[in-house]
Design a protein around this ligand. Structure first.
Ligand SMILES: [Zn+2]
Ligand SMILES: [Zn+2]
Ligand SMILES: [Zn+2]
Length: 237
């Protein structure tokens, strides 16, 4: 964290140095990015991402959208308009805050050129079936996503029963876990453990941690099958 000298921020363990929450889901010829946080450029460079098939948005908070301008690099490389998917509220927020991104592309791809699609039902990209999973981020309804046997649920406080039905039989669940202390709009460690147990994925990976969480300390406390995420983590499925 900026201007912080706590043991986690000063730690030598690279797993304690975290960029904003995001994942890239890859399958033959398909690259689906979830969210475009302010660290997008660094994340794309680090992961060597060459192209994007689509961007899926969970919600419109700054830490999940404010890197949108760097999508322009993919317009430039791919010479196509990049489709984005979001729920109605997030789509409207993006279209108003980043209006220029949704205007027709200019010939030199000098700005991000995106199209916005409201996602209300499962969509298929190559071999990846993407199911939107409604969750509550405090009082705010937002989306998680299921990709075949993997689900990504960040920034949440509650999972409605109807959404739990959509989370059966998961191999991997990536789940919000902000810190040890209670938070009104995010899961804290105890709640994340509860939902991990209740959903029962083969593996649960905790994400969106703050500097209150030391990687090794949390990892040592978690039950079998539950681990903290770290930046650059790759799962081969
Ligand atoms: Zn700190
Ligand atoms: Zn949020
Ligand atoms: Zn967030």
């Amino acid at each position: 964290m900026i201007a912080c000298h706590c043991p986690v921020c000063c730690s030598d363990d690279p797993r304690n140095h975290r960029l904003r929450a995001s994942i890239l889901v890859r399958d033959e010829g398909i690259d689906l990015l979830v969210d475009t946080g302010p660290d997008l450029r660094q994340q794309m460079l680090h992961a060597g991402v060459q192209s994007l098939t689509a961007v899926l948005y969970t919600h419109f908070h700054a830490d999940h959208i404010n890197g949108v301008d760097d999508l322009r690099a993919f317009n430039f490389a791919q010479e196509v308009v990049i489709p984005c998917y979001a729920d109605e509220r997030t789509a409207a927020e993006l279209e108003s805050r980043f209006r220029y991104c949704f205007l027709p592309p200019d010939p030199a791809w000098a700005k991000p050129s995106l199209s916005m699609h409201r996602i209300v039902s499962p969509q298929t990209f190559g071999g990846v079936r993407v199911t939107p999973i409604p969750v509550l981020h405090g009082d705010l309804p937002i989306l998680g996503y299921r990709f075949n046997d993997v689900a990504y649920l960040t920034d949440l406080k509650t999972i409605p029963d109807a959404s739990l039905e959509l989370l059966r039989g998961l191999k991997v669940l990536v789940l919000d876990c902000l810190r040890y202390e209670y938070h009104p709009t995010h899961l804290h460690v105890e709640e994340a453990r509860y939902w991990a147990r209740r959903i029962g994925a083969e593996r649960t990976i905790l994400t969106h941690m703050t500097h209150d969480v030391d990687y090794a300390t949390l990892a040592a406390e978690l039950p079998e099958g539950v681990i903290p995420a770290s930046d650059g983590m790759v799962l081969d499925l």
